[in-house]
Design a binder for this molecule. Structure first.
Ligand SMILES: Nc1ncnc2c1ncn2[C@@H]1O[C@H](COP(=O)(O)OP(=O)(O)O)[C@@H](O)[C@H]1O
Ligand SMILES: [Mg+2]
Length: 408
């Protein structure tokens, strides 16, 4: 809309100051009544809760937002002291806030819960001002329930993760002990079997077929070594999981201030995985920018992250013609090195992408996935003050970006 004249322009002239503006507004709109009407409109329209309360503890004036947010009628709100609408656990705090208002502290900001008509409660953020002479509190409140609930959920999640960490290290320890016996006993027994085998063979040659636990010896000699090998492999797998769990709950802190060349780390990860890379793809490439400054941290841990990421990318490829690309760049603006692992794999569905860094979340249990790779990687990157971002288009591929602050 165009300004019709100079009068309106003056209304928004900052130099006029609030009082000046008000005077202009009065002059323009025809006196105080008109201004009052404008304020009344704002008062009624506001989504924030606006009120005047007495130092006697009762509401004196409320806007409709009060009814909308809390569900009471104005009459119900006027009928009882406002303390009674405060959530019982927060009343003490609220009393102290009102006390500071009545002691003349000009503006008080606070957050507390208010009871709603339906028995639930809402978090309100208050800004209040008192006029001690008038004995009145002028206050504005905003419903911040959603933000508070999100914060609470985060806290609960953080506590759960801490508890999970303790639980996991306990479980890892408990599993590790018996697993050590299984592994060493299986290996010992496999040697014992080998030395018993030729005696049994001789007996078989001389006396013909005989039974062992009701199974003919000619069969037992075929599968006994395989059984023992399977026990050994199973226990090695348990060992792998236990080691992963331990890394997860106890990333070594001591070595986190080394100078790490990200290009070296990417190359190291490639050579560790060379066999896997050849197995999964014909198109693997590394594109590295030269002269990227060192980042601060543990090259061993960053390498572990890259191994996890590249391995995930490889496992996501539907056939060998699809590729994986690892690249490094220096992002001057944020002062960080960025390592990117990009694949042309199956991608990650949008409903699970939020969950992939959770411990034990896997869609690959059929091929031995433990769901620990990304949760460990996430913990490592966080310890390095970096970030880990996933972008995926199902059917087309996934890009993971690791951002790590450079050494200063
Ligand atoms: N590059 C990727 N492409 C497709 N899915 C992926 C990729 N990276 C991770 N995922 C998904 O995230 C899950 C968790 O990964 P991770 O923690 O490494 O555990 P795991 O590899 O043992 O399953 C995987 O099971 C997979 O569903
Ligand atoms: Mg993995």
């Amino acid at each position: 809309m165009k300004n019709k004249g100079n009068d309106k322009k003056q209304l928004i002239n900052k130099r006029a100051g609030p009082r000046g503006q008000l005077a202009k507004l009065n002059a323009l709109k025809g006196g105080y009544n008109q201004t009052e009407k404008i304020y009344e409109h704002f008062f009624n329209l506001s989504n924030d809760m606006l009120c005047v309360a007495g130092l006697d503890g009762y509401f004196k004036l409320l806007n409709p937002a009060f009814e909308n947010v809390l569900g009471y009628t104005k009459e119900e709100l006027f009928a009882k002291p406002f303390f009674e609408f405060v959530y019982p656990e927060d009343r003490e705090k609220n009393r102290a806030e009102v006390q500071s208002l009545s002691a003349g502290i000009p503006i008080v900001y606070c957050e507390h819960r208010y009871l709603c008509k339906d028995g639930s409660y809402k978090w309100l953020a208050w800004t209040s001002h008192t006029d001690v002479e008038e004995g009145l509190i002028y206050a504005v409140a905003r419903d911040i329930t959603e933000r508070k609930q999100a914060e609470e959920a985060k806290l609960i999640h953080a506590n759960k993760m801490t508890a999970l960490g303790t639980l996991v290290s306990g479980v890892a320890h408990e599993i590790n002990n018996p697993n050590t016996f299984i592994k060493s006993n299986a290996r010992l027994f496999s040697k014992i079997w080998k030395s018993a085998e030729h005696i049994l063979e001789e007996y078989y040659r001389d006396n013909g077929e005989f039974l062992m636990e009701e199974i003919p010896y000619s069969e037992v000699r075929e599968f006994a070594p395989k059984l023992l090998k399977a026990i050994d492999e199973g226990s090695m797998r348990i060992q792998g999981i236990v080691d992963g769990l331990r890394d997860f709950v106890r990333p070594e802190k001591a070595s986190l201030d080394g100078k790490v060349n990200v290009n070296d780390v990417v190359n190291a990860a490639r050579s560790v995985l060379s066999h896997q890379i050849n197995k999964y793809t014909d198109n693997f490439e590394i594109i590295s920018e030269n002269n990227i400054p060192f980042i601060k941290g543990s090259s061993q841990q960053i390498e572990q992250v890259l191994i996890n990421l590249i391995m995930n990318s490889l496992q996501a490829l539907p056939d060998k013609s699809r590729g994986v690309q690892a690249s490094t760049v220096f992002d001057k603006e944020s002062g960080s090195a960025i390592i990117q692992v990009k694949d042309e794999g199956i991608g990650i569905a949008s409903d699970i992408i939020e969950r992939i860094t959770e411990p034990f979340f896997t869609t690959k249990s059929d091929i031995g996935g433990t769901g620990l790779g990304l949760s460990i990687s996430y913990a490592i990157i966080k310890e390095h003050n970096g970030s880990l971002e996933f972008e995926s288009e199902p059917g087309r591929g996934t890009t993971v970006k690791v951002k790590l602050p450079i050494y200063r």
